[in-house]
Design a protein around this ligand. Structure first.
Ligand code: LLP
Length: 421
């Protein structure tokens, strides 16, 4: 459920007409709903209410300071994957003890920054990383809390580009080698193993792969404890999918996911951590764009929008589907027609949808891409020197620009000429 609904024929974001924001901010832009972000975070928090837990928002999904601050104020922790994300989380007021550091390629500089600034734990993904972190921690005279991300070799049944829990993926350490790796950690004075981490993929629409992974983590918890390790925290990653297409069967709810966690791991006496990104932010954001031209091609009509693949890459990159709806609600009974919906970038891949049934649209009309809050703005680029589009946050009757559109001068002045030019 989200807060982008039609009222009297106009699309609203909470209590603000989307067209009003478009008139003030210009198109295209991202628009987020505070009420939806809050609701989605709380669904997870409630789903785990029976267990000691921390919901660490995977901020790679949407990392604007205003979004982070909104979630941090609700008690969220953060899952970060770079020094930049760590700095963003701290800037948004998240204390180090609520930040977990994930990712396969943490550098020594990033490790040092996080250890100096405060960190809840590092989720270690390889043996060389383990040795590096030990060295960094020792050089600073501290002990780094770690979990090992185990790769449970389960099929997450999602898009190949976002599945991470099979043995052929680059992520984690094979679960079969985990006991050896924890023994190595116990021998390293700069590290303390406090738990286990697992993340099997993104946009999961079925709980079964989670069940398989969590059962393996449960068995590993017992085995590691028998080996003498004090396993007290289980980080179960993120990945729960969202409904991208209205009318399709929705993915499992956070409540059911929470029940599965309690069922499979609730008796271990561990603190549970999860790292949801998409489900928190995805349906809390839309991208609003304007039709520049309606072009009649041979046998097909194109809607050429002012938004493009550089603003929302998911359709080009993953063949992802986003519902695209008119900001002025279609009249009841009006006949829909097929359009190819494209952006102005000079590539055929700049296509959001082919033969999508839409009400008749004209130049100047506004459309909204639904479910664009996660992996939307954060994956955008300035390809074709198209400025990064603004982000706007709605809260009830209020809205605010939370990242302005840069001017061409700002973009150009980031370049510097070498002395010989
Ligand atoms: N934890 C780890 C270690 C992750 O790698 C990810 C996502 C998450 C948590 C959050 O997963 P979520 O709850 O958002 O599914 N750009 C792609 C998605 C990439 C996901 C990468 N890792 C897309 O647009 O679909």
């Amino acid at each position: 459920m989200d807060h982008f609904l039609y009222r009297d024929g106009a699309l609203y974001a909470e209590d603000v007409p989307v067209a009003e924001i478009a008139a003030e901010v210009g198109t295209p832009f991202y628009l987020y709903s505070t009420a939806t972000l809050t609701r989605h975070f709380q669904l997870f928090d409630d789903a785990l209410s029976g267990l000691p837990h921390l919901v660490c928002y995977a901020m790679k999904a949407a990392s604007n300071q205003a979004i982070l601050r909104t979630l941090a104020d609700l008690g969220a922790g953060m899952d970060v994957v770079s020094g930049g994300e760590y700095a963003r989380a701290r800037a948004a007021g998240v204390p180090g003890e609520r930040i977990v550091f994930s990712g396969v390629g943490k550098t020594r500089v990033e490790m040092r920054e996080a250890l100096a600034g405060g960190i809840r734990q590092f989720n270690i993904e390889s043996e060389p990383e383990l040795e590096a972190l030990n060295e960094v921690a020792l050089s600073m005279g501290v002990v780094a809390p770690v979990t090992v991300r185990v790769n449970p070799d389960v099929d997450a049944r999602t898009h190949a580009k976002i599945a991470t829990g099979k043995s052929e993926n680059k992520f984690g350490i094979p679960i079969s080698r985990a006991r050896e790796v924890y023994a190595r950690i116990a021998a390293l004075p700069g590290l303390e193993a406090i738990g286990i981490d697992v993340h099997i993929g993104s946009q999961l629409t079925d709980l079964e792969p989670y069940r398989q992974a969590f059962e393996k983590v449960g068995d590993l918890t017992d085995a590691l404890r028998a080996d003498g390790h004090d396993i007290r925290r289980l980080d179960l990653g993120g990945g729960l999918g969202i409904p991208y297409t209205r009318g399709n069967e929705p993915p499992p709810l956070p409540m059911d996911y929470g029940k599965l966690i309690a069922e499979t791991l609730g008796d271990k006496g561990c603190e549970i951590e999860i790292e949801p990104g998409r489900l928190v932010a995805g349906n809390a954001g839309i991208m609003v764009s304007r039709v520049i031209y309606v072009k009649s091609g041979e046998g097909r009509d194109f809607l050429i929008l002012d938004g493009a693949m550089n603003d929302l890459i998911r359709p080009a990159m993953y063949e992802a589907h986003h519902d695209i709806v008119p900001v002025v609600e279609a009249e009841a009974g009006i006949e829909y027609r097929p359009y190819d919906i494209v952006g102005p970038v000079c590539e055929s891949g700049d296509t959001f949808a082919r033969q999508r049934m839409m009400p008749p649209l004209e130049a100047g009309d506004l459309v909204a891409f639904r479910s664009a809050g996660a992996y939307g703005a954060v994956m955008s680029s300035e390809y074709n020197t198209r400025p990064l589009i603004p982000e706007v946050l709605v809260n009830g009757h209020q809205f605010a620009v939370i990242r302005p559109r840069p001017s061409f001068d700002e973009i150009i002045n980031r370049d510097t000429l070498p002395p010989w030019l």
